[in-house]
Design a protein around this ligand. Structure first.
Ligand SMILES: Cc1cc2nc3c(=O)[nH]c(=O)nc-3n(C[C@H](O)[C@H](O)[C@H](O)COP(=O)(O)OP(=O)(O)OC[C@H]3O[C@@H](n4cnc5c(N)ncnc54)[C@H](O)[C@@H]3O)c2cc1C
Length: 393
């Protein structure tokens, strides 16, 4: 049968994208919010970090609980809704802000909702979804990052209380948070069964917020060095099972990594768009630089690589959202995306020449922010390790 022009214009009967119509509607409303309420302040927040009111406002709008259960004030949507939020925040706002929100929604909230008691969910998860409480997650220590099993922060039982001593570093939201989801060692002789998670209010006596750390990028977020000196918490502060903290926290890293992938691709895609506009406009040797074949090909290669990274992310998101737990593919996506987006943003900076190096164009900010993708949430090398192990190496 001949395909008529009318048939070609019809939309496909079934969408093949992970995004359905309700995700498109959500994207539109998040984008509107970002463009009107966040984007105008980005330059200022790079200097000052963004105000806590951003959490309150996002809570009011329901954006902090898009994929969280309605009984705790969430919107009851699927995981893809969280992907939409991450993409829009990074694309149109700022990497640091997107990361800080992601720590709340995709790093700290999931374990509370998964392993928390009803009381803990009411005390911390519901207000966090409303934007009334800010959360942070403390895994990394001055002496242990990639090797989580090497952490030294200790929690020791004392009657019906626990006493915590140790330190955590590079903690996003650490200066503004109301509570920290803290990874501790409760039994140093028990190997991976010797870790326990705690929900420690940040105003507990003995919690010390040391200096705000200065960093290469992600300047809109705050990053803390924290100390815990004889911090006493009740038994009810234990999150999940005593001794199972390592498994609990490793579980949550997977969803967070995919959020990071989507976020990275969206940020790099924006930079590529800006670069295409720039090379069409900027002239050298009597023509727009975008007409030099080497420039056109460079952009074509970057677009192709970014598309591959995006599709790997979406294919893995589809599986994760359907309830699978594809650790190898998530690690592969994290590795490929982190390297690709850094290559793309660096290539785009190059095509901007000196303008790429100047603050005015915003490319250097994205370049600085993006570098974290290869370190945070598990380094490239750790991703390679997970992949190699899964291949029997
Ligand atoms: C801006 C920012 C925000 C962050 N936010 C948080 C947060 O909110 N909460 C939190 O807990 N942490 C946070 N982190 C910490 C982050 O997750 C760690 O920095 C990361 O996991 C790497 O750990 P590390 O810095 O200790 O590096 P290290 O583990 O010391 O690694 C140093 C280098 O050695 C390599 N390496 C280590 N082991 C191996 C090996 N076996 N084989 C090959 N190479 C190896 C690493 O890949 C890396 O290249 C943040 C970090 C940054 C920079």
């Amino acid at each position: 049968m001949a395909i008529t022009a009318a048939r070609l214009e019809e939309p496909p009967a079934r969408r093949t994208s992970i995004f359905q119509e309700d995700h498109d509607d959500l994207r539109e409303s998040v984008r509107r919010f970002v463009e009107t309420e966040l984007a105008p302040h980005i330059a200022e927040w790079e200097e000052t970090t963004f105000p806590d009111q951003v959490f309150t406002r996002m809570g009011e709008l329901g954006f902090l609980g898009l994929d969280k259960p309605e009984e705790y004030g969430g919107q009851g949507g699927d995981y893809v809704c969280a992907i939409v939020l991450a993409e829009e925040l990074t694309r149109n706002a700022n990497g640091g802000l997107a990361m800080a929100v992601g720590v709340q929604t995709d790093m700290a909230l999931p374990p509370i909702l998964e392993f928390g008691t009803e009381e803990q969910k009411q005390q911390w998860a519901a207000p966090a979804i409303r934007g009334e409480k800010i959360l942070c997650l403390g895994i990394t220590e001055p002496g242990a990052g990639s090797d989580v099993s090497g952490i030294k922060t200790r929690a020791v039982r004392d009657g019906d209380e626990w006493v915590i001593n140790g330190s955590k570093t590079y903690i996003t939201n650490g200066h503004r948070a109301d509570v920290i989801l803290l990874v501790t060692k409760t039994d140093p002789d028990a190997g991976y069964d010797g870790f326990t998670l705690f929900l420690v209010p940040m105003d507990s006596p003995g919690v010390i917020r040391e200096q705000k750390l200065q960093k290469l990028g992600m300047h809109a977020s705050d990053t803390a060095l924290l100390a815990f000196q004889d911090v006493r918490v009740p038994d009810t502060a234990v999150l999940g099972q005593v001794g199972k903290g390592f498994k609990h926290i490793m579980w949550q890293l997977q969803g967070e990594r995919l959020i990071g992938c989507a976020s990275g691709v969206a940020g790099a895609a924006r930079v590529l768009e800006l670069t295409i506009a720039y090379v069409n406009e900027r002239e050298a040797f009597g023509q727009p630089i975008g007409q030099f074949q080497v420039v056109r090909h460079r952009i074509a290669e970057m677009a192709a690589k970014l598309e591959a990274a995006r599709e790997l992310t979406y294919a893995t998101v589809r599986r994760f959202a359907a309830g699978e737990y594809p650790v190898r593919e998530i690690s592969m996506a994290k590795l490929v995306v982190a390297r690709t987006v850094n290559e793309v943003v660096d290539g785009c900076l190059q095509l901007h020449g000196g303008a790429g190096y100047m603050r005015e164009y915003g490319i250097e900010r994205r370049w600085r922010d993006m570098r974290l993708a290869r370190i945070g949430g598990g380094t490239d090398e750790m991703m390679c390790d997970v992949i190699a192990k899964s291949l029997g190496l």
